[in-house]
Design a protein around this ligand. Structure first.
Ligand code: ANZ
Length: 820
């Protein structure tokens, strides 16, 4: 064994061994319990950053730990390879997105290997390859046939100078990123998948996920946004075109007597008709078109509107109320119209203040306190006031009473709404999977039949930055179906499509007979442990859950949910802020590996914080991790040079050796819990470090029995650290004479009998105050404990000048001396 720790050599050796033995390749084996461990796959942006390193170290640690538990562990890796950055990079570098992407995946793969991550590379997936997206296209056509896919007009960002659609990221301060032109909203036909058909199940099944962070589930619940309310009809005082009235949706029918006006969305059909003869209205509607439609912006943006001049009739009192058009009313939620209750809704309140509309209180706090409507609306539920026959009712009673009044009058109906919208999957970009549809010459479209799939995306293209190469090339569109000329759809899929099912395809990445091989998918799924950033709490994790249910309903998988347990790792910070290129505070993992080795990087990133918390980068922390590994190396080297251990005969051990054994097994117990249940790898490392300290203090290298105790401690430490620092563990394990490697060893087992202590700590009190402690043999007789306690120097100090009246002894625990 080398006397100095040389990480480069150690790591090359271990990696070569794993490579030669294909140590991480797995196959289905029904005789073994499976464990599927997955990290969110990376976008191949160029090279790994510390966030990746942290993410993949976590899953690698868990995967190796589970393997040492005897399980059949799947830990795959691949590339989320489509997306806009490849187009931008290709433009900048005068290359094609495909070429750029593949060169990045090559580089990043070699970096991942350098870090020693135990991935089954035979299952590597690259989502921009036709073998992958072919099945996604096929699945989309199946969804179309089932009526779960439809086409409708939807709004996009339109650059009027470049004549192109822009992704949200390409709109900077309201202008196109290349042309600088003011971006407009434009309606174009786009494809949608009906995620709303699964809204209820997506919501309800969150309750089946006890091992997901509560925070993520809450975010999904809010995103789905289920609410119970009333669809309510307002008649118009006089008809507008064919409209004699309109519907609104409210979750607060209890506030109905506080309605002082109603508001329509700018796109509401009544608004459109009114605008025909009203230039001011038309102007206002046009202005609304260039504002954001993001719901988050709706709450904070300036509320603006315009009075249409027409009146609607209050459904209970019949009083006329004015009808406004307001920019904060969304066309695609509820019915695109609201009954405005400024006293109890903050948006209506701001609007009413601005346009001097009446504010009338109809809800009072339950506790009878007065409310102040000079600054803000009172939005809590309470008791009805100023509401005629409904006065005094609470929210629930008022909801029911008003609902039944309106239902009887045929003016309202209880309705459940979801905030969740259908998933728009059309993108007008090039670097994505082509949407598998044929547009017919006479309008309409049909899905590309299975035998014509995949619809291939050409990879060898020239980018001009404006038009997608497949949109720019009239030849690409041309296709033929049963002798008829048709046109290929030139839009591509949202890249969330690929990441919604990759976890399932890893179970059978090379299967050619279909999207999934049922047997393999059923064996491996669900993923037992999924790890990724909290930024994916909603979209990716919701779309994947949705896709999983779609695949289940297609008979491709059997379980209801894709991810059994979810861990969201924290951010990597430097000087208190997130490491990022734009802030210029990144640390390049590659440089660190060259300087210290991969094990140091892995150890530091696991030691700095528990996985779900953010971790602060520290150069001294990295050095500390490296120092520890060198100490570990030295400890094993010293031990080996000291001679050959004898047989470990427990009965013959002196006290110090028994203490060391106890420490070894206490550590095994704690570290196992840290890895398995708590997933706090930092405390697992700390405990193992402590074991090594104790070993250096207590080890007796002078005789074979002492060496045997030390050997047990060192072997335990090596195996306990193996998932985190697999290379050095590999070398040290073999240096200790083992033929196998830690990865194939069983996790150290706890010897309960080693835990029993022969001494206990007994507390000494004088008149109830703690004055000393002593280590006494277990079950020492009372008299002996009393004598030992009285003999302690510190105790004697407190007894000076007073007389001991009584001594109370609780065996194995306490001696209390009463004196005065
Ligand atoms: C009257 C009212 C009074 C409301 C009150 C709230 C408080 P959730 O719970 O998120 O489903 N609303 C309805 N349709 C809308 C649309 N298309 N655009 C913008 N806002 C709309 O929200 C339901 C509430 O959002 C509804 O209840 C309605 O305002 C508003 F004291 O009706 B409420």
């Amino acid at each position: 064994m080398q006397d100095q720790y040389n990480p480069a050599e150690v790591e090359a050796q271990a990696q070569q061994y794993w490579e030669e033995h294909q140590s991480f390749n797995v196959v289905e084996d029904t005789s073994k319990e499976k464990f599927y461990c997955l990290a969110m796959f990376p976008y191949p942006s160029g090279k790994l950053h510390m966030g990746h390193v942290r993410n993949y170290t976590i899953t690698d640690v868990i995967a190796r730990y589970q393997r040492m538990q005897g399980k059949n562990v799947l830990h795959p890796m691949g590339w989320d390879a489509f997306g806009l950055p490849a187009e931008n990079a290709a433009l900048q570098r005068n290359t094609a997105p495909a070429a750029w992407t593949y060169s990045n995946t090559d580089h990043m793969r070699s970096q991942l290997k350098q870090l020693g991550f135990g991935f089954d590379w035979s299952r590597e997936l690259t989502t921009c390859k036709p073998e992958y997206y072919k099945w996604e296209q096929w699945f989309f056509t199946r969804l179309y046939e089932k009526g779960l896919v439809y086409k409708r007009m939807a709004t996009v960002n339109w650059d009027p100078v470049d004549h192109t659609v822009l992704a949200n990221e390409q709109v900077i301060d309201g202008r196109g990123w290349r042309s600088g032109a003011l971006v407009e909203r434009k309606e174009i036909p786009q494809w949608f998948i009906k995620i709303t058909a699964y809204a209820e199940e997506l919501l309800a099944d969150l309750d089946k996920l006890p091992n997901w962070p509560e925070q993520v589930k809450t975010m999904q619940r809010n995103w789905i946004g289920k609410s119970r309310g009333l669809d309510m009809h307002f008649d118009l005082a006089s008809p507008v075109g064919e409209f004699t009235g309109f519907d609104i949706y409210t979750t607060r029918p209890d506030t109905i007597m506080g309605v002082t006006y109603v508001s329509l969305a700018a796109e509401h059909p009544i608004a459109k008709i009114l605008a025909e003869n009203n230039p001011a209205l038309a102007q206002f509607i046009a202005e609304c078109k260039v504002q954001s439609v993001a719901e988050a912006d709706m709450a904070t943006m300036e509320k603006r509107g315009i009075d249409t001049g027409i009146k609607a009739l209050h459904p209970i009192t019949g009083e006329p109320v004015s009808v406004w058009i307001a920019n904060y009313v969304l066309m695609d939620y509820g019915s695109g119209a609201v009954m405005a209750v400024p006293a109890h809704d903050q948006r209506d309140y701001e609007f009413a203040k601005k346009y001097d509309l009446p504010i009338s209180q109809v809800i009072a706090p339950q506790n009878g306190e007065a409310i102040d409507l000079t600054k803000a609306a009172f939005t809590e539920k309470g008791v009805l006031v100023n509401s005629g026959e409904y006065d005094g009712l609470d929210f629930n009673a008022a909801f029911d009473a008003i609902a039944s009044t309106l239902e009887m009058a045929n003016k309202g109906q209880v309705k459940t709404n979801y905030r969740l919208r259908d998933w728009g999957v059309s993108r007008q970009r090039y670097w994505g999977a082509p949407i598998p549809m044929f547009n017919l010459p006479d309008g309409g479209e049909i899905p590309v039949p299975a035998h014509k799939l995949p619809v291939l995306l050409p990879e060898d293209v020239v980018m001009n930055g404006v038009h997608s190469p497949i949109k720019a090339d009239p030849e690409w569109r041309k296709a033929e179906l049963d002798g008829q000329a048709v046109e290929r759809e030139t839009d591509t899929f949202d890249t969330f499509m690929e990441s919604s099912w990759y976890y399932a395809r890893y179970t059978c990445p090379n299967f050619e007979g279909g999207m999934l091989d049922k047997a393999a998918a059923d064996y491996w799924l669900p993923v037992d442990q999924y790890v990724g950033g909290i930024e994916h709490a909603i979209l990716h994790l919701l779309y994947s859950r949705f896709f999983h249910k779609l695949m289940r309903d297609e008979g491709l998988v059997s379980c209801d949910e894709p991810f059994e347990r979810l861990l969201c790792q924290g951010m990597v910070l430097k000087d208190g802020t997130k490491m990022s290129k734009s802030k210029g505070n990144t640390v390049d993992p590659e440089e660190l590996i060259n300087q210290y080795g991969a094990d140091t990087v892995r150890l530091f990133s696991m030691f700095a914080a528990p996985p779900e918390q953010s971790m602060e980068w520290s150069d001294s922390g990295v050095e500390g991790a490296n120092r520890f590994l060198r100490r570990l190396w030295k400890a094993v080297e010293g031990h080996i040079n000291a001679g050959t251990p004898g047989k470990l005969v427990v009965a013959d051990l002196p006290q110090a050796q028994k203490d060391l054994r106890r420490k070894t097994h206490e550590t095994i117990q704690k570290v196992s819990d840290d890895y398995g249940r708590r997933q706090t790898f930092n405390t697992a490392i700390a405990a193992t470090m402590e074991l090594l300290n104790e070993t250096s203090k207590l080890a007796d290298r002078a005789n074979p029995l002492g060496l045997a105790v030390e050997r047990e401690a060192l072997e335990a430490a090596i195996l306990l650290l193996a998932p985190i620092v697999p290379h050095i563990s590999h070398s040290l394990w073999q240096a200790l004479g083992h033929k196998s490697i830690p990865l194939n060893e069983k996790w150290p087992t706890l010897d309960e009998s080693a835990l029993t202590r022969s001494t206990v700590e007994v507390v000494i009190q004088v008149n109830g105050k703690l004055r000393g402690k002593l280590d006494a043999a277990i079950d020492s007789p009372k008299e002996q404990l009393e004598a030992l306690a009285l003999a302690q120097e510190n105790v004697q100090k407190f007894l000076e000048g007073i007389t001991v009246r009584k001594v109370i002894v609780v065996p194995n625990k306490l001696v209390n001396i009463v004196a005065n």
